[in-house]
Design a protein. Sequence first.
Lengths: 222, 271
Amino acid sequence: MLELQHITKSYPSPQGRRYVFRDLSFSFPVGANVGLIGRNGAGKSTLLRILGGIDMPDSGRVHSQSSISWPVGLSGGFLTLLSARENVEFVCRVQGAHGRDMRAKVDFVREFAEIGDYFELPMKSFSSGMRSRVAFGLSMAFDFDYYLIDEVMAVGDAEFRKKSRDVLKDRLKRANLILTSHNMADIRQYCDLVVVVDRGNTVLYNDVEAGIQAYLGTSTDA
Amino acid sequence: MPSAIPAPRAQDRRTAWEVQRAVIFAMVLREMKQRVGGQWAGAIWTVLEPLAHTLVIVTILGFVRGRMMPGIEYPVFLAVGLIPYFFFQHLTMRLMDGITANRGVFAYRQVKPIDALLSRGIVEALMNLVVYALTLGILAWLGFHVVPALPLELIGVQLLIGYLGLSMGILAAVVSHARPRVRSFIRVSFMPLYFLSGVIFPIHQVPKEYLDWLLWNPMLHLVELSRHSFIQQYRTVDGVNLMYPFGFTLLVSALALALYRVNRQQLIASS
């Protein structure tokens, strides 16, 4: 169960406070993969950050007993002076994976990323593709109830993309997905239902196509 | 709040304390690897800086000053005042950049800015310990007397310096987060503080009417007390006491933590 209760979120700006959400309550249906769609600036990413515990609402709360991932494929947390292995170990420690558990996760990421000996080298020498491989593998190394994905689907070459899709599909047998995207093909592929975020409101569409149509109808940039 | 629905994976849910411990441990390791593994030159300089500093000043001033304090070895006098001062300065400076430098890591929900700051503080304290031991070791090897006269007092004063540096660092990090230009101002203001803390000259020589002003500086008290607890013959200036820097530190730490608490969202948000 994942529920937003009376969420209000605002940011200060030179022209006064900008409200992203005012008293938003929303319950994510159990066992569904949810796509968040909306215009740029509608609040999708903010919502995802609040769900991920990175941002706190001004008031209200996220009520959940489930484990929620960090944004999948996130590589901003890596220190480029450290090797990929050291960065992966860091995340394992933070997430509470020790000893054998940690070794298993490190091995998983190493195998998944397929970057060979680069895995032991400082990440500053990595291309952005290699960084993404490590980051995506790292996200998949942990079991969460919800995986949060913010617009990252197309990393790496065709083969790696297929592998990524397969492992994600596999994780989704036991977990769910909350995905923001402007790419409707992604939404159609992964999501069971759609939430259109617009001017601080959320509307749930049980039918993906209906949601996409509603969004495209209100949208000017699609 | 108890829930009627059985929580999935509740069996491996960690307590707050376990998460806190894991995060600090992970961050300390990460900081150390970054300091040592990344730039050897930087790590070596951190260790050698006070030593080089001591040597240079001793070479320039040693002969002049040596006669002014009978019974006190000037290099020891310098080292045991210099190292605590640098400990304070490095803590404040390193913590000031601590949030910005670790921006990306707050995407892992367990890691908060205060964890990054505390971890940096721990690493800085460990490095200072190494610096202290190494500098004293080399001075001992050169034939100076380097056994502290009052070891417990010395440890107490160093802990207070650490706490003051930590508090100042948190304060500087929070205040300068929204206004990065404050940082150059803070960096520059360490220059006069270095001289006003009586690091290289004995404060006794300052006339009384100026001394009263100098005593507003808590680091002067702490540097003097560090020396006194190390060198038995060294008498602190009248007016130097532990209560003032202690009270000052408590005040700064309360202010720093309050401002941190108020701004904790903004500190993460601009990542």
